[in-house]
Design a protein around this ligand. Structure first.
Ligand code: C2O
Ligand code: CU
Length: 433
């Protein structure tokens, strides 16, 4: 095919063409925001947000393009923005003290990076995140496929829970509660979905992009009213669509489903003894020309596959927490006996090395372990390659092996995404040279 580039290059005179005007950066500000957590008409909640809104604006960019964000901190405390799940340039990862300085009150920071993979991602504060994220400092980041699957609606659905007074809407101020940190984290008393669109038609084919933005809550979810398949986890396409069953979504995890609307699309929280509705996307009217094609697989991401024989085998024992004999303080949780950031990395890798890391949960609580800058394969019991994710949920008393190709140079955090656990010791870092 004759592209514009070849056409120009084959022209007799190689004119110096002006570069395309650089797109102006997106302005993203962090500051106070009023959130409507309680139903409309009931009191709003004083929170933090991006561009005066919580959740922050949905950022959308096409795969392979560059996202430029001028970030301005209008809060009276420091912060930084992390682009969760994106395999980006280390300097843009948004971790104060590791990849950049803290962005102080009134300061700005320019983020600019290319997005290599299409999918559902999100951005959030990475400073005092147990409090700043709990107060609402996050938003969705959607990377569109070059050739997106055909759907009638593409809807982002954030999930969160909050600890609030359900009469006044006021958020409880106990963000650093050590008792919470030593247990399952600061769980909310009020949960709901925040969909980017609240109405569809019966017969519509919809893509739902669920993002768990909660700091501690593992949502047990059933989606009703949609004949759907799972097409991606943590942004990354599945090799082929999988039947949608009830699922768990740990903090920071995402799931993309594509399906056909048969009734109002209701999100049910499957508590042990009851089913709680977290919200509904209403079905209004009928789509007279429904799509009948089978639900397609998304275009596969181009990622390095782990070597059959790993270069390094490591194990990481999660320890501490309530009922495990450690004492409260900054070091409630530990990884291999070490609590919090260390001067030396947990491990160092030469670029391209494959590591198999055994995550051993020797505690009484589940942990959702997140690696920055990379995705990894969960390994099956027999060592086969399972799902490809950036956050893996490891149940108490169980072990999960992950295979990682460390091909992105830099210093990368590896931590529990129960943010109170992270704050009280469950974090470390690795280095890729
Ligand atoms: Cu989504 Cu280190 O975080
Ligand atoms: Cu944890």
């Amino acid at each position: 095919m004759l592209s514009r580039r070849t056409l120009l290059a084959s022209g007799a005179a190689m004119l110096a063409l002006p570069l395309p005007a650089r797109a102006a950066p997106i302005i993203l500000t962090a500051g106070p925001a009023q959130g409507q957590i309680l139903p409309d008409g009931e009191p709003a909640t004083a929170m933090l947000g991006f561009n005066n809104s919580t959740p922050g604006p949905e950022l959308r960019v096409k795969q392979g393009e560059t996202l430029s964000v001028r970030f301005e901190n209008r809060m009276d405390e420091g912060t930084a923005v992390h682009w969760h799940g994106i395999r980006l340039n280390n300097a843009m990862d948004g971790v104060p003290g590791v990849t950049q300085p803290l962005v102080g009150p009134g300061e700005t920071f320019d983020y600019e990076f290319t997005v290599p993979d299409a999918g559902t991602y999100w951005y959030h504060s990475h400073h005092q995140s147990w409090e700043q994220v709990a107060k609402g400092l996050y938003g969705p980041l959607i990377v569109d496929e070059v050739d997106p699957p055909e759907v009638d609606e593409d809807i982002t659905v954030l999930l969160d829970d909050w600890r609030i007074d359900v009469d006044t809407g006021e958020m409880m101020g106990d963000f650093g509660n050590m008792h919470d940190f030593a247990h399952g984290g600061r769980l909310g008393n009020y949960a709901k979905i925040m969909p980017s669109k609240t109405e569809v038609r019966v017969g519509d084919r919809v893509r739902l992009r669920l993002i768990n933005a909660a700091t501690a809550r593992i949502f047990p979810v059933r989606i009703e009213g949609l004949a759907a398949k799972v097409v991606a986890l943590d942004g990354m396409p599945l090799p082929s669509p999988r039947a949608l069953e009830d699922f768990f979504l740990a903090p920071a995890q995402r799931i993309d489903v594509i399906g056909d609307v048969v009734a109002p699309v209701t999100f049910v929280f499957l508590a042990r003894d009851q089913q709680v509705e977290m919200g509904t996307i209403e079905a209004v009217g009928q789509n007279d020309a429904p799509m009948n094609e089978p639900i397609p697989a998304l275009a596969q991401a181009t990622v390095a596959m782990p070597k059959a024989e790993p270069d390094q085998r490591l194990s990481m024992r999660m320890e501490g927490g309530a009922m495990a004999g450690r004492h409260a303080g900054d070091d409630i949780w530990a990884l291999n006996g070490w609590s919090g950031m260390s001067d030396v990395p947990f491990a160092s890798f030469r670029r391209g090395e494959t590591a198999v890391i055994e995550l051993i949960n020797d505690t009484r609580f589940p942990h959702g372990m997140h690696l920055h800058g990379h995705h990894f394969h969960e390994l099956d019991a027999d060592g086969g390659l399972g799902d490809y994710r950036d956050t893996t949920l490891v149940d108490p008393g169980s072990t999960r092996q992950i295979a990682v190709v460390f091909d992105n140079p830099g210093k990368w955090l590896l931590h529990c995404h129960m943010l109170g656990h992270q704050a009280s010791g469950m974090k470390t870092w690795v280095e890729v040279n």
